[in-house]
Design a protein around this ligand. Structure first.
Ligand SMILES: [Fe+2]
Ligand SMILES: [Fe+2]
Length: 366
């Protein structure tokens, strides 16, 4: 990166410090805050247009950028070093494609006295500097752990397809590991996986829905066995998709009426499959069957006019809709978080339980 980039970085540091200072003084929704976030977001995106990433490393009293200390960062530089030291951060990497809400959440974490450890996000990596210069942070450990879960789940789903015995113990093990590895201080959104290839969608989606549904359940006060069962139910909600042909499952476009009918059999297929397995919690059977049944009783499969989905199926539905929208699909890009929130609110009382929607939004915006 050219020397001119260094001036830009100094400007960004000054803007970050100003924004965090204001976030500390005012509530995050205060009109004073938004324009400051917009300004720093614009400066960062402009810089990331020229370079795929921006890494700052703190070495003693210096902020190092591309191997050299930044000159002339002055009081803003000192203030940033202090802010980061409080959270134990020695290194920040911002990546191209950084969404504004991620930057907002990160700056908010820096400003908040309640947040002890700031989690990495998909486009903001934070951590300590180890001797080999690699990142060493809590959230990165989680990323690695989560990726092994996705691989396990993929193996499990393939096993189901090839008629191998279903390993419920493995599913329960995955869930208990999730419960052990995530802490309430992490915003669940920072833990979600992104798709690397389209055929991974089912596993990545199942993992994300489980993380979101468990976070919501924990947020609502569930713990112990019920929380574990909710995790199992969420992880297996789409298990019926394993009998849907790949051409329909991974079709790079909207489904036609006939394909849609096949696709819509997956809740009952899931129920049928899980009913035949031993030791599956009944909540998993219920959620597999009901997760496309809407709060107002519409949706599929139609059971009876008066039938309403179980509260756990309703939690899975909120997580399901959220993750489906935030994921990039062959026929559309990922939906922005603000837009997803307005969709959730629009569906509140119709497809989704209004109280769960509000709790979910509060949880992800904290
Ligand atoms: Fe589904
Ligand atoms: Fe789903």
């Amino acid at each position: 990166m050219a020397e001119t980039g260094r001036q830009e970085v100094v400007k960004i540091i000054t803007e970050i410090v100003a924004t965090v200072t204001n976030m500390h003084l005012y509530p995050p929704t205060h009109p004073q805050v938004a324009p400051l976030v917009d300004r720093v977001y614009q400066s960062i995106t402009a810089l990331l247009e020229a370079s795929p990433e921006l890494t700052l490393i703190i070495v003693d009293e210096d902020i190092v950028f591309y191997g050299k200390p930044l000159p002339g960062v002055g009081p803003a530089g000192k203030a940033l070093i202090k802010l980061l030291a409080k959270k134990g951060i020695e290194r920040i990497t911002l990546l191209k494609g950084l969404p504004k809400e991620q930057l907002f959440g990160f700056l908010n974490d820096l400003a908040s006295g309640d947040v002890k450890t700031v989690a990495s996000r998909s486009c903001i990596k934070v951590g300590k500097v180890s001797f080999d210069g690699e990142l060493d942070g809590e959230a990165d450990d989680f990323t690695e752990f989560r990726n092994t879960i996705i691989a396990d789940l993929k193996a499990l789903y393939y096993g189901i397809r090839s008629g191998k015995k279903f390993a419920i113990d493995e599913v329960k093990h995955i869930v208990s590991q999730f419960i052990e590895n995530f802490t309430r201080s992490m915003n669940p959104l920072s833990l979600l996986a992104s798709l690397k290839s389209e055929d991974e969608y089912t596993y990545v989606h199942a993992t994300n829905v489980a993380l979101l549904a468990m976070s919501l359940a924990e947020y609502l006060g569930f713990s112990g066995k019920p929380l574990e069962n909710i995790g199992v139910a969420a992880l297996l909600h789409d298990v019926g998709k394993m009998v849907i042909p790949d051409e329909i499952l991974n079709k790079p476009g909207a489904l036609d009426a006939e394909e849609r009918t096949v696709m819509e059999t997956h809740p009952l297929m899931g129920l049928q499959y899980l009913t035949q397995q031993a030791d599956v919690p009944s909540l998993a059977l219920i959620a597999a069957m009901e997760h496309h049944l809407k709060y107002d009783g519409s949706g599929y499969p139609h059971i009876s006019d008066s039938w309403r989905p179980n509260i756990v199926s309703q939690m899975v539905s909120v997580a399901d809709v959220f993750d489906a929208l935030r994921s990039k699909r062959p026929y559309r890009g990922p939906v922005e978080q603000d837009k997803i929130i307005s969709i959730l609110r629009h569906e509140s009382g119709k497809a989704l339980n209004p109280e769960l929607v509000e709790h979910f939004i509060t949880m992800i915006e904290q």
